[in-house]
Design a binder for this molecule. Structure first.
Ligand SMILES: CC(C)(COP(=O)(O)OP(=O)(O)OC[C@H]1O[C@@H](n2cnc3c(N)ncnc32)[C@H](O)[C@@H]1OP(=O)(O)O)[C@@H](O)C(=O)NCCC(=O)NCCS
Length: 173
């Protein structure tokens, strides 16, 4: 298994949609439990490219097995910020690939003028939280019971990373 990572092309939209939808349907990690269609994903990737967002994918040969995107915020006071999302197909987790993929996306984002990257994560998602802390993110808040899946509540944690914190981190690629 050899990991390849690169920026996302519009032509990747079908495969990205399949990957996001598979992770969404695990019903444990993402705010969507249904995922997105190929058309929605194509429009999203196109919009991200146009607005200066960052979108990366992980590949095992020709198979797209993960993504990491940092979406440019749209309102005037928030345009210096990005919102991060990431996911890998189950058999590719826990091997350090999330770290590699995320580091490349963050480096790309800060190089392109982002000054802050933020994200939200379910409090039960230990692997993701460990990854975010390892990348230098700081926990900034907790939204109590902000997630409810199949009748079960979870808290949602807010994490943020500033450009100068990223510049100082030893995990930069
Ligand atoms: C979150 C995710 C992208 C992390 O990628 P990964 O490749 O599995 O993580 P890595 O192997 O790079 O490990 C990153 C860190 O997490 C730790 N970690 C990995 N799996 C873990 C687990 N199950 N529990 C606790 N920590 C874990 C690693 O030890 C490592 O920490 P370290 O650098 O301090 O040693 C991946 O697990 C995933 O796709 N999960 C499902 C989707 C998801 O949760 N997306 C994020 C939603 S907010």
């Amino acid at each position: 298994m050899v990991l390849g990572i690169r920026t996302t092309e519009i032509a990747d939209a079908d495969a990205v949609a399949r990957c996001v939808t598979a992770v969404a349907r695990e019903r444990r990690f993402l705010v969507t439990t249904e995922g997105f269609s190929a058309e929605e994903t194509r429009a999203y990737i196109r919009g991200q490219k146009a607005s200066g967002g960052v979108h990366w994918v992980a590949l095992d040969g020709d198979d797209l097995v993960g993504w990491c995107n940092i979406a440019r915020e749209t309102f005037q006071v928030s345009r210096h910020m990005g919102r991060l999302g990431i996911g890998l197909m189950p058999r590719y987790r826990g091997r350090g690939w999330g770290r590699t993929l995320m580091a490349s996306a963050l480096e790309d984002a800060f190089r392109h003028g982002f000054e802050r990257v933020e994200l939200e994560v379910f409090a039960s998602n230990g692997a993701a939280i460990a990854l975010y802390r390892a990348m230098g993110f700081r926990e900034e808040g907790r939204m109590r019971r902000a997630c409810k899946i199949d009748g079960r509540y979870d808290d949602v944690l807010v994490f943020g990373l500033l450009v100068e914190e990223w510049t100082a981190t030893p995990v930069r690629p």
